[in-house]
Design a protein around this ligand. Structure first.
Ligand code: FBP
Length: 274
């Protein structure tokens, strides 16, 4: 018998905790840094309120900062897998410097709080691609050592990129993500099931998740996008604003779970979010 490497086993076990039957609804909660507190409705300023709702409703994992994870550990610990995002930027920066994500925590601290994975953004095509790649490979190296999967937010962004949702540009980012060793990829929706099917093909079996984006005026439109990416063969979604800005986040989670895990149609679940 050839014994598997310890870290290989750890990564395998942790990935299977996040992806159930290879699918996941991951709650993104890093907006306080990325956008500021104005992203949150006034009754949801306290992170504990938001985390309690999503834990009780049963998301497959939460992706957040070390700060939030440590303020809410008694709510998520032992119940929902935690993905610590170790890069970040604020929107207070001058515009050109928003094209780079800084160090926003360390993989060893993610291990210390009991995380099941780490996440980091790479703005493919950015003027700062070089710095971000150094950060990515350093994060990935440490994560690998400790048996933690590394989720890459593979976002094409930069002055040379005219349209970051262009399927060709998104596919390029996803190709670069698989070549840079991402264990899970989060990327933009390209606007149609057909084009996202090509994105999934480029991912070549590495789990791919749609990034939620701005909260829709009509929440049913968001469910349509999620249905389309699941039809296209995606593994799920990483969603923030379309959940925590919804009038009833728990109903939105219920609807998303039914699409992602039970293959329900939009028509079957739309009443939950209207
Ligand atoms: P949303 O579903 O709210 O878009 O969350 C996904 C996410 O990638 C967050 O993790 C991140 O904070 C935000 O979107 C990035 O937003 P921006 O496009 O402004 O950089």
């Amino acid at each position: 018998m050839l014994r598997r490497a310890y870290n290989d086993i750890g990564k395998h076990i942790r990935l299977n905790k996040i992806l159930k039957n290879n699918r996941a609804l991951i709650f993104a909660f890093d907006h306080g840094v990325e956008h500021g507190p104005s992203d949150f409705p006034s009754d949801r300023i306290d992170p504990r309120v938001v985390v309690k709702n999503v834990v009780e409703e049963g998301v497959d994992a939460i992706m957040t900062t070390l700060g939030i994870a440590s303020m809410t550990y008694d709510i998520w610990g032992g119940r929902v897998p935690m993905i610590i995002k170790v890069t970040g930027k604020t929107s207070l920066r001058p515009e050109p410097q928003r094209l780079v994500q800084s160090v926003f925590g360390y993989v060893r601290d993610a291990v210390a709080v009991g995380a099941d994975a780490v996440a980091a953004t790479v703005y493919w095509g950015s003027e700062y691609e070089d710095i971000m790649l150094e950060r990515w490979f350093s994060i990935r190296l440490t994560a690998e050592r400790y048996g933690l999967p590394a989720l890459q937010l593979a976002y094409p962004r930069g002055s040379a990129i005219k349209n970051m949702y262009d399927p060709e540009v998104v596919k390029y980012g996803v190709r670069a993500a698989i070549e840079s060793g991402a264990d899970l990829i989060k990327t933009y929706y390209t606007g149609s099931e057909e084009s996202f099917r090509e994105v999934v093909r480029v991912a070549s079996g590495i789990p791919i998740l749609m990034s939620g984006g701005r909260a829709r005026d009509d929440p049913v439109d968001f469910l349509r996008d999620v249905r389309a990416v699941m039809n296209a063969g995606a593994n799920g979604v990483v969603v923030g604003r379309n959940v925590f800005q919804h009038r009833d986040p728990r109903s939105m989670i219920r609807a998303l779970k039914m699409i992602i895990h039970e293959d329900k149609s939009v028509e079957e679940v739309a009443r939950l979010v209207e």
